[in-house]
Design a protein around this ligand. Sequence first.
Ligand SMILES: [Zn+2]
Length: 109
Amino acid sequence: MEVAQDISALTEHAYQAMEHAAMSQGARMPIAPPAIPTPYARWLEHLARVNEALDRTPELGVRMPADTARGLAALEAARERFRRNYKQCPGCARFIFRAARRCPCGEKF
Ligand SMILES: [Zn+2]
C-alpha cells in the first residue's frame, strides 16, 4: 500500500511522533524515537511543512492534492487523539498524561 493512502498507519505514526516529542520534553535522558518507517517519516515531514505553509497562507489549501488533504486530516486526527490523552501543565507547559494528578515539576491538579 502506498504511504499516502495508508491513513490509519499515517495517523498512528504521527501520534507516536507527538508522544515522543511530549515525552522528550524535560526528560533527563534521551528517549528512543518511535520506529517510523522512512517513507512514512518523509511523508509526515512533508505534511508538517504543508501544514506550516497553510498556517501562513491559507489560500494555498484551495488547490491541495487529494493525498495531501487526506494526510493533513490524518495529522489532525493524531492531534485530537493526543489532546484527548495529554494535558499541558500550567506550571511548566510540559505535556503529561491527562489522568496524572501531579506533574514532575511539582504542580498538582
Ligand atoms: Zn509541570
